[in-house]
Write a protein that binds this ligand. Sequence first.
Ligand code: SF4
Ligand code: SF4
Length: 174
Amino acid sequence: MATFLEEVNERIKGVPIQACYHCRKCTAGCPVAFAMEYNPNKVIKMIQMGMRDEVLNSSTIWLCASCETCITRCPNEVDIARMMDVLREMAIESKIPPREKKIAKFHEAFLSSIKSGGRINEPMMIVNYKLKSRDYFSDMGMGLSMFMKGKIKLLSPRTKDIKSVKAIFEATSK
Ligand code: SF4
Ligand code: SF4
C-alpha cells in the first residue's frame, strides 16, 4: 500500500515534495501563513512523516488561496499550490468535513458558476454562496460599496465553447 507521501507525489505529477530542503522561503512569502494552523513548509514535513489525519483535518489546506507565491519563491520548484489542491481532493474523497466550511462552500459556488457559464457570473455566484453558507449579511456593506463602484458586474458573457467546459467537468468528476 502506498504511503501518504507516495500518494501525494503521484497526484501532484510534478517535482516530488521530498525535493524540499526546508528553507522556508515559501512560508516567508505566503500571504495567509499568519492565519494557518500549520505553515506550508510544516505541511510538507508532516506529509513526509506520514501524518495523514492531521494534514487532511487541518484548516491550512482550506485557507490556501492558490496564489502560487510559494512555487515562485521555491528554489526547487515544489508546487505547494498544487499540493494543497491535492490535499483538499483527498480530504473530500475521504469524507473528512472541511475545517473551514465557508471556504469549501465558496469553492462549490465558484465551480458551479464556471460549470454553468464557463466564466464567473459574480451576482449569481454571490447568491449561490450566500445560500450555501447561510451567511447572508456579514459582508453586505462591502458588497454594496463594490457594486456602487462598478466592481461587481450584473452581467457577464458566457463562454462560447461551453461544450468544452462541460467536457472538462465530466472528465474530472469521474
Ligand atoms: S521554498 Fe521550496 S524548498 Fe524551501 S521550504 Fe518551501 S517548498 Fe521547501
Ligand atoms: S499558494 Fe497557498 S500556500 Fe502557496 S503562497 Fe499562496 S496561499 Fe500560501
